[in-house]
Design a protein around this ligand. Structure first.
Ligand code: FYN
Ligand code: ADP
Length: 575
């Protein structure tokens, strides 16, 4: 060996992974250290990346997914092999379902042993298991391929319809060395990772003609519209056409919920009454009753209500998934909406006045009814009297991010708490998943630096509750409010045959979740009245300290499964 060769610098798998991520502007990893990725977390931190360590991989995965939704960059979740990978997999599947871009990076065991099923430490064929749950899945075996592997993972996560991507990195890869210069050259800085997808002009024309023919038009904004970050154009489209709109849960705030064109408070009137509906980044799945049936004015469960649909979506395959789409507009939302705006010009005829006034009448009636309910101050506190406080706090702090999960705690918050800015409401999404609470809250605080308010059902909180330690450890401005009514849905069920076990839906009565936060140095508060809740929330926002408020709610308040109780199977057989 020449002295030249001896002085040659080398790099290794660890550093190539970190360099590839950094080269692509990825500066944060959400994960949980352990064999074989502990050193990767250390070296990433040493290289200036933010490494947020969690107590369970599912929460790290949820954090990565929502960071992806908020930033349009894939969120990275890093886990150990087999069990750690499986813990992260729920979040990966949820990300794919919700069209959130994330990359689950998992270390894995020795390929030769795994493939011969010889019983390795944490043996599992992770790539095969991840495939059906991810938008794409890749494995890298050689250090020289790390650049390509990460580039492919990034492109797969954010281009077209975003989704979850799995990247399998076997333990041996990290220790592989190669010439540093060659290693550097092997990395790829991805150019234009989510290319614009311009809609065809005839599709734009078709959509405009259908919209123009409408007597009772309606625009539905979904979380795809929030993700697209085309906020100003979406607002211009709605305001220049004068068409009423309905935001899906995570599209709330795209325009302020107090906007006069919002038809949110007249939902059950506008869906069946509309004649032309334009979907912007929203799917006609269960949340929209599949675009048919009684919700849409159909006679029976599966009957078409007579609406014509325009659908803006980046995925051509989404069209006709549930009902006929008369005017598919395939492309990225930014490009589609700006093409529509160009066609609309400045003197688009407003929708007929009788349509607008009929909506206003229903809406005002619902708003007045709601205002009346919110003004009451019953003892014990109810969802409504507690949420009247949350509604004021968000109004006073419109940059705060609201994370929300539960059943009644979710449904009441969605309709009571107005949002004022885009991408400020993060919730259970397409699956109605429980357990996103603390992961989403941590990522939201880390990514935005803004205060986070998590409104949690007491059951929902349990799925990720241990992460309050993580919130305290990183001193994040997160205020968790637990609506504590002693159980799943309510705390009133009783064991039908007596005996020592409580009913399956009942928890420890009078639990003090606030003590959990205090155990890690955060602020705990116990609130039994709206006044106490208000004081504690205001103090949390002011101090920016990790806070958990145990808000005691009437245990008889709420209904089975909130507003989706009809999804519970009901048999004709009694007991
Ligand atoms: C809405 N509403 C309002 C307001 N906003 N009234 C007054 N003021 C305001 N600001 C009215 C609205 O018109 C409806 O009344 C009602 O409140 C409910 O509105 P919502 O929530 O928009 O509509 P709905 O029917 O509940 O929507 C269906 C749904 C939703 C499926 C989209 O329930 C949903 O997103 N569910 C997610 C459930 C979930 O994932 N749960 C987690 C699992 S829980 P009317 O017009 O009079 O009908 C496991 O058990
Ligand atoms: P919601 O639950 O709010 O109705 P969904 O998750 O069902 O929203 O729908 C989001 C839709 O948005 C998906 O069909 C997805 O393909 C689409 N989408 C996501 N990002 C974009 C984008 N940038 N441009 C166009 N469509 C997008």
């Amino acid at each position: 060996m020449t002295s030249d060769a001896q002085s040659q610098e080398v790099t290794d798998g660890f550093h190539l992974v970190i360099d590839a991520l950094k080269l692509n502007g990825i500066d944060t990893i959400f994960g949980l250290p352990g064999i074989p990725i502990t050193d990767l977390t250390r070296k990433a931190q040493a290289a200036g990346m933010r490494v947020i360590s969690f107590r369970h991989e599912q929460n790290a995965g949820n954090a990565a997914a929502i960071a992806g939704f908020m930033t349009q960059k894939p969120g990275i979740c890093l886990t150990v092999s087999a069990p750690g990978f499986l813990n992260g997999l729920t979040a990966l599947a949820n990300a794919t379902t919700n069209c959130f871009p994330m990359i689950l990076v998992s270390g894995s065991s020795e390929r030769e042993i795994v493939d011969l099923q010889q019983g390795d430490y944490e043996e599992m064929d992770q790539l095969a298991i991840a495939k059906p749950l991810a938008k794409a899945a890749f494995r890298v075996l050689h250090a020289a391929d790390i650049g390509v592997g990460i580039a492919r993972a990034i492109r797969a996560a954010v281009s077209g319809r975003p989704g979850g991507v799995y990247l399998d990195l076997p333990a041996k890869l990290f220790a592989q060395t190669m010439d540093a210069e060659a290693g550097k050259k092997s990395l790829i800085k991805v150019v234009d990772p989510a290319p614009r997808q311009i809609p065809a002009q005839d599709a734009v024309q078709r959509a405009l003609e259908l919209l123009n023919s409408a007597k009772r038009p309606l625009i539905l904004l979904g979380k795809g519209a929030a993700y697209a970050q085309a906020d100003a154009d979406i607002r211009a489209l709605i305001e220049r056409t004068g068409i009423p709109y309905l935001p899906m849960a995570m599209a709330k705030g795209l325009l302020p919920d107090t906007h006069e064109q919002s038809a949110a408070a007249a939902r059950s009137y506008v869906l069946p009454a509309a004649d032309v509906v334009m979907l912007v980044g929203a799917r006609l799945n269960w949340l929209l009753s599949h675009g048919k049936g009684k919700t849409w004015g159909g006679k029976e469960h599966k009957d078409w209500g007579g609406q014509k649909f325009i659908q803006i979506d980046i995925s051509p395959q989404e069209m006709d998934s549930n009902v006929r789409i008369d005017a598919p507009l395939v492309g990225d939302i930014g490009s589609c909406v700006s093409a529509l705006l160009a066609g609309i010009g400045s003197n688009w005829a407003r929708p007929p006045a009788d349509w607008l006034s009929a909506i206003a009448e229903r809406k005002n009636k619902n708003l007045a009814k709601m205002a009346e309910t919110l003004a009451r101050d019953p003892t014990p506190m109810t969802y409504h009297s507690a949420l009247a406080v949350v509604r004021d706090i968000i109004k006073a702090n419109p940059d705060a991010i609201l994370v929300n999960e539960g059943a009644n705690a979710l449904d009441f918050t969605r309709s009571i708490v107005d949002m004022y800015k885009p991408r400020k409401r993060l919730d259970v999404g397409t699956w109605g998943i429980m357990g996103i609470g603390m992961g989403f809250s941590i990522a939201a605080a880390v990514v935005s630096g803004q205060p986070v308010i998590a409104i949690e059902g007491d059951s929902a909180f349990g799925f990720s509750g241990m992460e309050v330690e993580t919130i305290c450890r990183y001193n994040l401005p997160v205020c968790v409010v637990i609506f504590n009514n002693n159980g799943v849905y309510r705390g009133t069920d009783i064991n039908p045959i007596g005996g020592p076990d409580v009913a399956p839906t009942v928890f420890v009565k009078g639990a003090r979740y606030d003590k959990l936060m205090e155990a890690f140095g955060g602020v705990g508060a116990h609130a039994t009245t709206p006044a106490e809740l208000r004081r504690a929330m205001e103090e949390a926002i002011r101090s920016k300290k990790p806070t958990l408020i145990n808000a005691v709610i009437d245990e008889t308040a709420g209904t089975e499964s909130g507003r989706i109780t009809s999804l519970n199977p009901k048999s004709a057989k009694q007991n």
